[in-house]
Design a protein around this ligand. Structure first.
Ligand code: 5GP
Length: 120
């Protein structure tokens, strides 16, 4: 049941605060912190504090639907706190073709400038 048997990632150390991160939001289920390599003036990540088997979005099951909704809700909540009312982008990279590098589900939220579309 929502078991997590995959190896831990660097995000576990951010969650348990054994490595520093610029945390801008935290609740029981989710954490948001600034990306160490920002691709826009504002670039933060929203992650579940318990990975719950979500190494990547494509591992999601019916059981994850409430958590996924919560993460998306937090993304806009923090975007508004970060003054991104003119617009922003939420993106999830899944797997090798999606250029995922950390296998703990995370939403990228980017804004603070005019973004371009489509991405590369
Ligand atoms: P992915 O490529 O998996 O979608 O995104 C992983 C993101 O995590 C990258 O944008 C990368 O800059 C960020 N990242 C990786 N390690 C750290 C870290 O130790 N601290 C922070 N704040 N961000 C990290």
């Amino acid at each position: 049941h929502l078991a997590d048997t995959e190896p831990p990632t660097i995000f576990d150390k951010i969650i348990d605060k054994t490595i520093p991160a610029n945390i801008i939001y935290e609740d029981d289920e989710a954490l948001a912190f600034r990306d160490i390599g920002p691709q826009a003036p504002v670039h933060f990540l929203v992650i579940p504090k318990k990975r719950s088997g979500l190494t990547r979005l494509s591992k999601a099951t019916e059981e994850h639907k409430a958590l996924l909704g919560h993460l998306l809700y937090v993304a806009q909540l923090v975007a508004m706190k970060e003054n991104l009312g003119e617009g922003f982008r939420v993106c999830i990279n899944d797997g090798p073709n999606g250029c995922q590098s950390v296998y703990h589900l995370h939403l990228h939220v980017m804004g603070g400038r005019q973004l371009t579309w489509p991405p590369g």
